[in-house]
Structure formats: structure tokens, C-alpha cells
Ligand binder design. Sequence first.
Ligand code: HEM
Ligand SMILES: *[C@@H]1O[C@H](CO)[C@@H](O)[C@H](O)[C@H]1NC(C)=O
Ligand SMILES: *[C@@H]1O[C@H](CO)[C@@H](O)[C@H](O)[C@H]1NC(C)=O
Length: 545
Amino acid sequence: MALSITTLAALAVAVLVVYKGIIYPVFKSPLSKIPNVHWSVPLSPVWMLWKRFSSQNNRTIQAAHESLGPIVRLGPSEISINCVDGGIKSVYTGGFEKHDWYPRVFGSFGTVSMFTMTGSKAHSTRKRMLSNIYSKSTLQTSPHLRVVSNAVIFGRLLPILHEAATSNQQVDVHDLNQGLTMDFVSSYLFGLQNGTNHLQDHSFRKNWLHLYLCRKPYEFYHQEVPHLSGWMKCLGIRLIPKYCDDANAMLDAWALDLCDKAEQSLTSTEPGVEPVVYKQLRQSLDKHSSKETGSKPDRAQQRLDIACEMYDHLTAGYETSAVGLTYLLWELSKHPEVQRKLQKELLTLQPPISYSASTELPPPKSIDSLSLLEAIVTETLRLHAPIPGIQPRVTPYPSCTLAGYDDIPPNTRVNAQAYSLHRNPDVFPAPESWQPKRWLVDENSPVDLEERRRWFWAFGSGGRMCVGSNLALQGMDVEKKLPSFGVAMVLMVKTEMKLAVAAIYTNFRTTIVDDENVEATDAYTVKPRGDKLILKFELVGAGRE
Ligand code: HEM
Ligand SMILES: *[C@@H]1O[C@H](CO)[C@@H](O)[C@H](O)[C@H]1NC(C)=O
Ligand SMILES: *[C@@H]1O[C@H](CO)[C@@H](O)[C@H](O)[C@H]1NC(C)=O
């Protein structure tokens, strides 16, 4: 008798395990109706983990959507979507919360930033604090940004390129772009005086880039198996080498140092000295804490919170726009006819950004309204999205409907990736070819253009998108959903990218010397595999006068 009760209990447990582990996920779960990327995915995440470990995330998901349609299952509790209606519109514009993936991968200083916060409430509080400083009107009229732009373009970038052109030296533009974008963003955050000068300080830049990039090959562990490296460490095995920890410590110290220097200039309002973004956050956090608790803010914690936020803007801002610029210069170097047309358009600026004849940039608005330049930037960000990888969110309670599939359970990880959205051949015919004219108002029907804008996802969409209100680029519905925020990281990016491109092609012609391994890595934020792009610069028109 006793034996048979034990047997029965064991049998019941076995049945339960089989049901929970096999029958339910494979046959019963609402997710079971969604096409699988591999037969094993309802049962285990291992197959997809392996693909990600071996840097095949992008191609696996892309191939799955090509053959199985706009929604696929990647794991027991993970799906991928690749459509606008019932896809990114529901998930991202619909405000599904971010997955833990973000704080895990990008957390710093033991705290979280606007980018890494998962909860909507904390996020919108932070976003409100920063919205004004990145708003379209602030950026376009900012005397600070003007001082920064003039100094970086006329004082640093153009002289370096002019020197290279006249002495016939080749230029590694990817290296240079990484200095340019860091100087640009850090100077807006902290003031020109206390920002970086990576463009001119080549050895510092080299060292910094080494620290930043050496950690990349180990991203997988934080992203997908966050506990594994801790467990292995207990067994005495290091999955992530010690030099990554050292690099993290040095980068943290670097960011804290920039913040501490900015703190010294807090009272200044002088363009070029005032630490614009730093100050805004610092003062908003003060106000917030006195409103919430009525007490003095905890300075030590506040210092880390600010450093974490600033570190994110620095890295988000530098890395993405540098990669975008590199691919833009690459495409233009491959398309001399587009270069010539662009140069013609740039010479309409008043005054033109001539290295030899000007010292003041034309108004940002006039650069922003050049249509070919806009089309070139947009097409480059489509074909070479700097963040082509997955942007994980979690499905809400109690359930949701995606791409026609009902009852999707809460807490399912759901991702979309710009790489795939940008390669829908119905929206972007011949998706692999770089064609700025897809975006020109005169050469396309309004319906086609609108559809392309809906599918353009280089900056994400919804409340967590890089930026808010850039009507020129983003769909109207996104626009309405968003308050003023985020506003204009995108605007800033575009201002910065456009400005750099305008300054370069007003004065120079570029041709490729060495583009070996320029193809992107398979990651969340990408970079050229070879970490370089070597171009030759020759003076033209306005540069030669
Ligand atoms: C070409 C340049 C850029 C591209 C392609 C880009 C792309 C993106 C994307 C796709 C997201 C959403 C990420 C996600 O949800 O997984 C994002 C968010 C963000 N980006 Fe950018 N970005 C660029 C430049 C910048 C710059 C210059 C800054 C800052 C100065 C910046 C700061 C941020 C911040 C703070 C967020 C988080 C917003 C939030 O969660 O509310 N980005 N960016
Ligand atoms: C992404 O996937 C596509 C399609 O499979 C592939 O052609 C491309 O090389 C991949 N890109 C990267 C960076 O892996
Ligand atoms: C920061 O800027 C202030 C104001 O221009 C300047 O006096 C100071 O030397 C700068 N600090 C550093 C470390 O460059």
C-alpha cells in the first residue's frame, strides 16, 4: 500500500512535469500557435542562446521572418515581431515596458538611467526632467550648441581634414568620427570647456576607444545569461576577463571626473562654459527630492545617478552617430554622382561652410531643410541602422494580441529589430541598395513616403524612442502619442550628423582607399568589423578658394 502511494505520487509529479514542460508549451500555450524558428524553441531557450552566442541573432531572426511571416517564436517565452500594425505599433507605441535586459546590459554606477529604467513611472519622471533641454526649439536656437558646433567644425574637424588633403594623407574616418561625435555630445552635456577633445587628442582617444571596445565581445553574457558568469566565478572560471572589469572601472572614473568638473561650472551661464544638460538634471533632481521628501538630497547618491545618466548620453550619443557617419561617408564615397549633387545643394547655404572663407556656420534650420542631405542621412540610417538589433519589451498583464494572435500571456519577451523592419521589400524595393531618392518628396508618392516613414525604425518608436517630435522623419501617430520629450535626441543626432556631412562635402571629395571588413558586426549597437574605414580627401570648390 505504502509503495503504491509513493508510486502514485511519483507518477503524478511525472505527469505534471511532462504537462508543464512539454504538453503545455508545445501544444496548449497560446504561444504554441505562433510559428517556431526551430522545433525545440517551445521547450528550451538553448537553440536561440547558441545562435546569439555565435553572433547569429540578426541572421536567424531575419531568415525566420522571411520564411515564416511577421511573428515568430524564439523561445519558451520569447517572440519576435516584424510588422507595423499589430507589431511595433502595439508593442512600442503601446508602451509595453522594457525587459530587464536593459539594466542588465547597460546599467552603470549601480543605478539606472532614462534608457535603462524598466518601469514607466520612474522613466517618465526622468524624461520630464530632461525634455526641455533636448526640445527642438531649445536645440535649434541654443547659443551653447552654436558655440560647440563652430568650435568643433571650424576649430577641429576641418583643419584636420584640410591638413590630410593637402599633404595627401589617408584618413581613418571611423576613428575620426568617434572623436567628433564624442566631442559634440560631451560639449553639449558639460560645456565646451569641460567637454572632451578627442578629435585633437589622438592618443587619449585611442586609449579611450580601446577601453570602450574591448568589452564588446563579452556582451552576450550580460544580455542573455546574466547569472552564468557569477556561477562560473564561484567555480573559479572567468567567462568575462578581468580587463573588462578594469575597463569598466576606468570608464566610470572618466565619466565621474567629467561630471565633477562640470559641477565646478554650475553657476555659469556663458555659452561654452555652462554645462547645459548636466545642470538641468542636477537642478531637476534637487527640486524633485525636495518636493518628494521635503529634505535635502542625498548628494553622494545623486552624484552617481547623474553620472549614470550622463554616461548613457555620452555613449549612446557617440557610438550610434559615429557608426552612422562612417557608413554615410562610405556610401557617398561609393557614389560620386550623389556626392556631386550634394555638394551643389550645400553651396546654396548662406554662408557656405567654407573652410577657407568662413568662420561662422549657417543657421541650423537652413541645414536641416536641405532635402538631399536629409534623404542621404535617412537612407543611411535605414540600410545601416546603428542599432539594428533587438529592443526587448515584456507583454502586459493579463494578455495582448499581436499580429493576429490572441491571448499572448503576460511577461513574454517580445522584440522587433530595425534590421528586419528596414528590409521589407514591399516598402523598400531592392532593400539592400542604398538609394537616397526613396526619401525625396518630389520623386515619390505621398502614400509610399508615408509607408516608408512608418517602417523606418532607426530611432525606435513610442515613449522610449530615441527622440520625440521629429515630424519630418517620424509617423504622425508616434508624434501624437509623445509629449514634448526625448524630444530631440534625434534632432540633435541629425543636427550633428548633417552638420558634419555638410562641412565635409562643402570642402572635400572623398574616395575609398581601404574598406576591408567594413560590414557591420551582429549586435545591438553595431560597428564595422575591422573598426576602420580609410578614405582619401581631396579639396574641391569652396575648400580650395
Ligand atoms: C544616429 C544616432 C542615434 C541612433 C540611431 C539612436 C538610436 C536609438 C534607439 C533605437 C533608441 C531606442 C532603444 C531601445 O529602446 O532599445 C534610442 C534611445 C535613446 N537614445 Fe539614441 N540614438 C542615436 C543618438 C543618440 C544621441 C546623440 C543621444 C544623446 C545625446 C541619444 C540618447 C538616447 C537616450 C537617452 C535613449 C533612451 C530614451 C528612453 O528610453 O526614453 N541617442 N536611441
Ligand atoms: C544579418 O542577416 C542577413 C540575412 O541573413 C545577412 O545577410 C547579414 O550579413 C547579417 N548581418 C550581420 C551583421 O550579421
Ligand atoms: C572647466 O571649465 C572652466 C571654465 O572655462 C575652466 O576654468 C576649467 O579649467 C575647466 N576645467 C578643466 C579641467 O578643463
